[in-house]
Design a protein around this ligand. Structure first.
Ligand SMILES: C[S@@+](CC[C@H](N)C(=O)[O-])C[C@H]1O[C@@H](n2cnc3c(N)ncnc32)[C@H](O)[C@@H]1O
Length: 301
């Protein structure tokens, strides 16, 4: 295990390489005590959650406009490089002339470059970054890089939990796919609040499908997404984790939308209150008022 030397003050941005149960390696944040992609490792988890669950390649191929991906919590780049590799794999099949393929815009958001800088110093352990180093270095230095004449990739260094409130929909291209990957709601609650998801919902395209995927299966996160105006479904399993979460602006885009049966679980759960800007608290059941709002959500009517 490699640990960067640290003082108490710079611990905030410190990471270490950890061995996962399956023998693969990943990064761990020392400030949050959270491992990135802890279940099956960076390559597989990113591919399942952010490429396959998003049905990303088919949706891109079927799109009639520029296909826009928001990579929220760029971190050490595993999710976004999994997406880029899936696109490159598709391009290598050469079935369609480049001229017919819609361009792709990737907006990677993070408040810090510390995870990617640490990861780039540890590519021997984090081998998912091999083949992407040159592009990542250009992205870090210029904040923008173009790949294969088709992908326009931008890095926006900002606090996303503030940015969504000070931006409007003309500032950023509307996302068809949101790779939503901050730290967990207990550690990073400002990224999971009803206020943030309500603002984020406002950036989604009006008439096209948009999907947000994430590893969580938390009842309070799902309640929060629903109250923010998303439709919410059960996402695919990843390793030992039997389900994850998919949210969308269109109910028909979800394979397994949450049903009224799930609402019964919400009623009984002790951790079902939506997350508000004041933070996530343990053991707080949903209030009568919030439950009444959930019942009127078009997903359950
Ligand atoms: C679990 S890591 C993301 C892992 C990353 N998706 C990957 O594939 O390597 C969480 C990331 O969210 C970022 N983050 C947390 N809160 C944020 C905020 N308020 N604004 C922007 N980024 C934030 C952190 O800096 C960190 O890089």
């Amino acid at each position: 295990m490699t640990t960067s030397s640290q003082t108490e003050n710079d611990k905030q941005e410190q990471f270490e390489i950890v061995n996962l149960k399956n023998g693969l390696k990943s990064l761990r944040s020392l400030a949050n005590l959270e491992t990135f992609h802890p279940v099956t490792g960076p390559r597989v988890e990113s591919r399942i959650l952010y490429v396959e669950s998003q049905n990303l390649i088919e949706r891109w191929r079927g799109s009639t406009t520029e296909f826009v991906i928001w990579d929220v919590g760029f971190g050490a780049g595993a999710n976004v490089t999994a997406v880029i590799e899936a696109i490159e794999q598709e391009l290598s099949k050469g079935q369609q002339s480049m001229a017919k393929l819609r361009p792709i815009r990737i907006l990677s958001f993070d408040r810090s470059t510390a995870p990617i800088e640490f990861a780039l110093k540890n590519v021997d352990s984090l081998d998912y970054l091999k083949n992407h180093e040159a592009h990542l270095l250009e992205l870090l230095s210029s904040r923008r890089v173009r790949l294969h004449q088709l992908i326009d990739w931008q890095l926006i260094l900002s606090d996303f939990s503030q940015l969504v409130f000070v931006s409007n929909s003309s500032d950023w291209a509307a996302p068809h796919a949101i790779l939503f990957d901050p730290y967990s709601a207990y550690k990073n609650s400002e990224m999971w609040s009803l206020e943030l998801f309500t603002a984020l919902r406002g950036f989604l395209p009006q008439n096209e499908v948009s999907l947000l995927t994430n590893y969580t299966r938390s009842t309070s996160v799902r309640v929060t997404l629903l109250l923010a105006g998303f439709f919410v479904g059960v996402g695919t399993e990843v390793g030992e984790k039997s389900e994850t979460t998919v949210a969308s602006n269109q109910l028909a885009a979800l394979y397994r939308p949450l049903t009224r049966d799930w609402l019964k679980r919400v009623e009984c759960s002790r951790n079902s209150a939506p997350i508000r800007a004041s933070g996530l608290k343990k053991d707080v059941p949903i209030s009568k008022e919030d439950f009444a709002k959930l019942l009127t959500h078009p997903q359950f009517s």
